[in-house]
Design a protein around this ligand. Sequence first.
Ligand SMILES: [Mn+2]
Length: 339
Amino acid sequence: MKLRIISHAGCMDGYSSAFIVKHYWKHLIKAHISEQDIQEAEILPLYPGEIQSDEFVSTPGDVVVDLPRPKGDILFWCDHHATAKPEETTLPKNQFWNITPSCTGYLIDLALQNGLKLTSELRAFKDAMDKIDAAEYTHQEIIDCYYNPDLNKLTPLQKVHAIGAMFNTRDRNLNMEIFKTLLSTELGETPLTSQALWQLNPLMFYRAQLNGYKEWRENVDAYIAYNEEAKCVVQDDRKAQMSRGVPDRFYACIKFPQASYNLSLKPMDPENMRVGLGSNIFHKDRCKVDLGKLCRDIGKKFGKGSGGGHHDVGGAMINTENADAMIEYVLEVLKKGEK
Ligand SMILES: [Mn+2]
């Protein structure tokens, strides 16, 4: 059977979910498929908007993880995003949805229920992925992962960051190629000890990423601003004088500890703007608005309908011409939500 493993592009949870489903498929996929089918599966990284669009055509051999469920016949689906909640109460065979910290952790739990033995490495990997995807870092862990890691003695959490650095460069085609290549080489028990992966020297990418974060923070300092009324940090990349480094997604929480939310706008091309909306990861209790739902709303209201996420973090794609109206709308909703 011709299979495709379709996962969330550019995302560590997407990569890791694809890794787990590929390596532990016998504990996850109930179907007449073989190891050879899995080995020969095409790796297809996609963004949520791409799989939700009418242009996407599913095949009966599609294994979809960490992404919304596509229309049409597929082989396997597993997701943990609140906004991907299916309408039916009983899901078909080989389909799984639940709100969990990471899709990787969810897949590991499902495999454990089907006889996979938990090892200390699997446990450490699951813990790191849950922490990353649910943004449950402590302040110190952010410093250790984004600012100043001891590169000679990486913790599992830092190792996962180093791997993520490999497909989060500024070259989109390179990122896609690395994402696919890392899932096509021989897989170890988890990415933490996959030899073929570590031979590609993730530390080299991580060092470059750390310098990229630093450059990016210095560049963004010129225009990142705090809106007191909405308790929201606004980072509008249209205001950037130049494009430097790689985004450090938690910078707003370090720079503005008083904030409850942060909103970012990133022009993708002349027509499309990517919007990110998150709560302050150190103070999730301050998050009174369902940000995944709000992102779904703004995707519909200001874009072509792509948007969603979790309660305390989400994303959407909007039309560039609606960007100012979107900012105004979001700040108004957040302001009301605070009362
Ligand atoms: Mn995820």
